[in-house]
Design a protein around this ligand. Structure first.
Ligand code: MN9
Length: 293
């Protein structure tokens, strides 16, 4: 099994001129990221527009990623849905596709009780019997995985770790301290170094689709104990992330991929897209970024 650590891209979903998923572009992106030094892929998460895709589209996206990856890097399939049964449908497909691990956001929109959310996770893990990463993203899901709840969830042997998209690094530190065997993935790219300092084993992020070389330098320098270099690259990365956040995360990253010759075709509505003027600013920022590598 591949080690669950390092820098993973939360893949975006490209569309063609008719709004359909562009599978050849997706395969191209996977191969390009492998050349860029990526350690793995998180498929159909928030960044992949999971909840703007149909279940069939999500399955097809995962198939394309697995084929293009050809077993080289780790693949984590996000199977989150509101209904347990729907998540399981994606989970069975992911297992057959041969993924290394699965992951899910907590069921959202309805105010499910903690007990119901716990049961959702146990149902997925015990049915699918694969390493599982709990996707903790309170800002979007409205539900926060506490260290205490993680303790309870660890009664299940399939818990492999947490994708921690939050900025309470005390919580992250407690989780890792209590469960050193788990992998904790830092989820906010602009705070990768902070997450690593608190004990994270790596990061899964949207901006790694375009910033992998510099982000890997943060990770490698931190592993080597060179915090000055790690901080230097976090600053360079954050100059770009600040622009990306200002103009809309997914449309901006797709625009930058366009500068690399990969036309991702914007995001699905109601997401908007970047303007011509914003594209120019992103292009200038990206050129400055590239010069600093
Ligand atoms: O998966 C991503 N979260 C979202 C994590 O996109 C909602 C992050 O990579 C952020 O996009 C990134 C920019 O804030 O940190």
């Amino acid at each position: 099994m591949k080690p669950f650590r390092g820098i993973c891209a939360a893949l975006l979903t490209p569309y063609d001129g008719t709004g359909k998923v562009n599978h050849s572009m997706l395969a191209k992106q996977v191969r390009w990221l492998i050349e860029q030094g990526i350690d793995g892929f998180y498929v159909c998460g928030s960044t992949g527009e999971a909840f703007l895709l149909t279940a069939d589209e999500r399955k097809a996206v995962l198939d394309t990623v697995c084929q293009a990856n050809n077993g080289e890097k780790m693949v984590i399939a996000h199977i989150g849905q509101i209904a347990t049964e729907h998540a399981l449908e994606l989970g069975h497909h992911a297992k057959a596709a041969g993924v290394d691990a699965i992951s899910s956001i907590s069921p959202f929109y309805y105010k499910f009780s903690t007990e119901e959310i716990k049961q959702y996770y146990f149902d997925l893990m015990n049915t699918l019997e694969l390493p599982f990463f709990i996707y903790n993203f309170p800002a979007f899901s409205g539900f926060s995985l506490t260290p205490e709840l993680l303790d309870e969830m660890c009664a299940c042997k399939y818990v492999a770790g947490v994708k921690f998209t939050a900025s309470d690094f005390f919580q992250l530190e407690r989780m890792k301290r209590t469960h050193p065997q788990l992998t904790v993935w830092n989820g906010y790219d602009e705070m990768l170094l902070s997450g690593l300092s608190a004990g994270a084993d790596g990061g899964i992020g949207s901006t790694y689709n375009v910033l992998c070389p510099a982000v890997h330098k943060i990770y490698d320098a931190f592993q080597a104990g060179d915090c000055d270099t790690a901080q230097h690259y976090q600053h360079i990365v954050n100059d770009m992330i600040a622009l990306i956040c200002k103009f809309g995360v997914f449309p901006s990253i797709k625009a930058i991929l366009g500068f690399e010759g990969m036309d991702f075709g914007g995001c699905r509505k109601p997401f908007g897209n970047v303007s011509q003027e914003q594209q120019e600013i992103l292009k200038a920022g990206y050129q400055t970024y590239l010069k600093q590598l």
